[in-house]
Design a binder for this molecule. Sequence first.
Ligand SMILES: CC(C)(COP(=O)(O)OP(=O)(O)OC[C@H]1O[C@@H](n2cnc3c(N)ncnc32)[C@H](O)[C@@H]1OP(=O)(O)O)[C@@H](O)C(=O)NCCC(=O)NCCS
Length: 150
Amino acid sequence: MEERDLKTILDWRNRDDARVWFKTSDKLTFDSHLAWYKRYLQKEDDLFFLVEADGRPVGQCGIYDIDHNAGSAEIGRFLVAPEMAGNGYIKRSCSELVRFGTRVLKLPYVFLEVMEQNTRAIELYTRCGFVEEGRSDGMIRMGFGRDRAS
Ligand SMILES: CC(C)(COP(=O)(O)OP(=O)(O)OC[C@H]1O[C@@H](n2cnc3c(N)ncnc32)[C@H](O)[C@@H]1OP(=O)(O)O)[C@@H](O)C(=O)NCCC(=O)NCCS
């Protein structure tokens, strides 16, 4: 993800049917989005990806809170460009993030959180091999890999 992509992803993120699925569900201003991105650039445990198909941006995803001592990381920030929805790009991104986390970063365990009403996302994560581990405050935690729920 580069600074020049921020306007594109902010437009996806601020759509009413997308933002409601994120913990911070208010509409974001460009300035707050840019400030968030600059803080992200300082981090060493966070990788934020633009998903491209045929050279065009089609979505976003990330892996963060990468903790080599604990052997875990969280994945998320999944979002598709509205006109590209349903083409499998995000499912493939999810699988690639799992592969990256477990094989490249060599983390035994990857997890995510999803709102319990977000059936589309839950189905996608289930198809990528994630298993529900618990629920609280309307959120479901799902894990992939060994040491689940530890
Ligand atoms: C969740 C989201 C990223 C999925 O993007 P997408 O382009 O629809 O997903 P993909 O095409 O890559 O994945 C397809 C998979 O999603 C699931 N899926 C897609 N549409 C679905 C539907 N209507 N009902 C249930 N599952 C559905 C299926 O598992 C499907 O796999 P299949 O084709 O093998 O059946 C997209 O809906 C989005 O941006 N939502 C708003 C933000 C969001 O909710 N992010 C996740 C926060 S945890």
